[in-house]
Ligand binder design. Structure first.
Ligand code: NOJ
Length: 575
């Protein structure tokens, strides 16, 4: 590669060094006192976001929407939901974010629209309508289930036909085979790129091309029985190439959401002549305590989690780039899943170290950085998300109410959608009005203000991790290697680059565990650069147990040797 080419490559790959913060605006910060988070609130919190050490923001949809799926049902792609402000306020946020050096990416949701979108309103009028083929209409439905709400087909009396909706009833699927629909998508891309946004997170983008004839799905596979006919469909790469060509003109960044994607199919989007995405959100690591959705819950398995991490790290190394995340608006809070609410601070910080130092671009979801946890509501009526209701009614009618509610506590997406906990004043400082959704009662303990004051807080630990990642070439670009993959308590991985090694050791055990040092490291001198227990806490344990050598503060080089890790302890060594 010539110098010029590598410079061009580096400028195209600006996103690799970054870390992103995801905003689900409705619950982030209310700036006008109506109880709903908005762009006025976001504007006021931009300095806070910047202070975390992130470099960009991903906005979950902020467009007009009847909120059947909280923004993922869009009724106007070129405007801002009046609850959140208007285009002028968005531009103000965008401008200020850019001043602070923060990139801004939008959510592109084009597998479906809202049924209240003008196109659908026209399409349902009849077969002669100019928008008739914007959606997927049939006289007879196939057997597909929808992912969010019942069967995937809904009868529309006005048109006298069924329309396909892979998600909720109010989210009809667009017919991407229609070239006019693809032109519309390109127009939407241009609209936001011309305004100055830096890229897109593309919702369920691997579902947009459906197999001709829409064959019946696999009857034994509930919820996703049609998946083989809509995932990575026949024309997906042609359509993606069209969108890519627009994005290339703007050097913008494209991140695809790839539900249930495999490494093999992801690589087709991420590499080679067909490359149409810069990164993809994979899901394997989100299934360490469930089977493809948190709803089908099973006990957490660290070995499964590590397998998923390592599979993606190895497969993409040198070929593509990982999008790293542990939380977003679709999953319950990670401390409540893979950590421990009892060891809240310890497990929250350890989880940060478990993923932020992998190879890839990290994403943090609002509230993750302060260790927000799942909400427990008493009645299903208090839950807001369509999938909480669907799941509650779906399979378990024979189970007791308590059991079904327990499943909802484990699985509901609402747990990640409670208002952000800013301080310990009324409504967690989220609003001066009545909050649109329940504030988690633990806000008096878990909130930004308290964690700003505490040097050992989860919030401060996220800052330390992000700062360390940013200044270390090995953590940014280094190779990845996992040690002891079968160990059921400890996740240990190495990042190595140009003669510098980092060893990241994370205990997932709620008790003290003995940690082995890999053969390659035995006797080598390393420096402890990060730990989630303070020196005092660690020293308290000295004498009771021999602690793995090295203290953060001494700055000494210490020999790597076998030792004990406290509950959910995480350490990062540099060699
Ligand atoms: C993925 C989004 O993240 C989720 O919130 C939404 O329900 C579905 N796609 C449908 O848009």
């Amino acid at each position: 590669m010539s110098e010029e080419q590598s410079r061009a490559q580096a400028s195209r790959d600006w996103y690799k060094k970054m870390a992103f913060y995801q905003i689900w605006v409705r619950s982030f910060m209310d700036g006008n006192g109506d109880g709903i988070g908005d762009l006025y609130g976001v504007y006021d919190k931009l300095d806070y976001i910047k202070s975390l050490g992130v470099d960009g923001i991903w906005f979950s949809p902020i467009y007009p929407s009847p909120n059947a799926d909280f923004g993922y049902d869009i009724s106007d792609y070129r405007n801002i939901h009046p609850d959140y402000g208007d285009l002028a306020q968005f531009q103000k946020v965008l401008h200020r974010a850019h001043e602070l050096g923060l990139k801004v990416i939008m959510d592109l949701v084009v597998n479906h629209t809202s049924d209240e979108h003008f196109w659908f309103q026209e399409s349902r009028k009849g077969k002669d309508n100019p928008y008739s083929d914007y959606y997927i209409w049939r006289d007879k439905p196939n057997n597909w289930d929808s992912i969010l709400e019942g069967k995937a087909w809904e009868y529309d009396a006005q048109r006298g036909q069924y329309y396909l909706h892979l998600f909720a009833k109010k989210q009809p699927d667009l017919n991407m085979d229609n070239p006019r629909v693809r032109e519309e998508v390109k127009g939407i891309l241009r609209f936001w790129l011309d305004m100055g946004v830096d890229g897109f997170r593309e919702d369920v983008i691997n579902f947009i091309s459906k197999k001709e004839g829409l064959p019946d799905g696999l009857p034994f596979l509930p919820v996703i029985n049609g998946l083989p006919y809509y995932k990575d469909g026949p024309h997906i790469h042609e359509y993606m190439a069209e969108f890519r060509s627009v994005c290339k003109e703007y050097n913008c960044f494209q991140l695809g959401e790839g539900p249930l994607t495999t490494v093999r199919s992801a690589l087709r989007y991420l590499t080679g002549p067909e490359k149409s995405l810069d990164m993809m959100f994979s899901f394997d690591h989100m299934m360490a305590d469930c089977i493809y959705t948190e709803y089908l819950h099973r006990p957490f398995s660290l070995v499964k989690l590590k397998k998923a991490f390592t599979k993606w790290q190895n497969a993409l190394n040198g070929k593509a780039w990982n999008a790293l995340y542990l939380e977003n608006h679709d999953h319950p809070r990670v401390i409540s899943r893979y950590g421990s609410e009892r060891y809240w601070r310890e497990s929250g910080t350890m989880l940060a170290a478990s993923y932020l130092f992998q190879q890839g671009t990290p994403f943090l979801y609002q509230g993750q950085e302060i260790g927000m946890t799942n909400i427990r509501l008493h009645s299903i009526d208090q839950y807001m998300d369509v999938s909480s209701h669907t799941n509650f009614h779906r399979y378990h009618l024979k189970e007791s109410l308590e059991k079904r509610m327990e499943r909802i506590h484990h699985s509901s997406r609402d747990s990640s959608r409670t208002p952000m906990q800013w301080d310990d004043t009324e409504h967690a400082g989220f609003t001066t009005g009545e909050p649109w959704f329940v504030v988690n009662p633990n806000y008096t303990r878990i909130n930004v203000a308290a964690e700003e004051r505490d040097p050992e807080s989860i919030l401060q630990f996220y800052r330390k991790c992000l700062a360390l990642r940013k200044k270390s070439k090995a953590l940014l670009w280094g190779s990845y290697r996992e040690f002891f993959p079968e160990d059921r308590s400890v996740y240990m991985y190495e990042r190595a680059y140009e003669g510098v090694w980092y060893l990241i050791i994370c205990s997932f055990a709620p008790f003290t565990v003995r940690v082995r040092v890999p053969r390659e490291y035995a006797g080598r001198r390393g420096k402890l650069v990060l730990c989630n227990y303070s020196k005092e806490e660690r020293e308290k344990q000295r004498g009771i147990r021999r602690v793995f050598a090295g203290t953060l503060d001494s700055g000494d080089n210490t020999k790597a040797e076998h030792g004990w890790f406290l509950p959910y302890e995480a350490r990062v060594y540099r060699f």
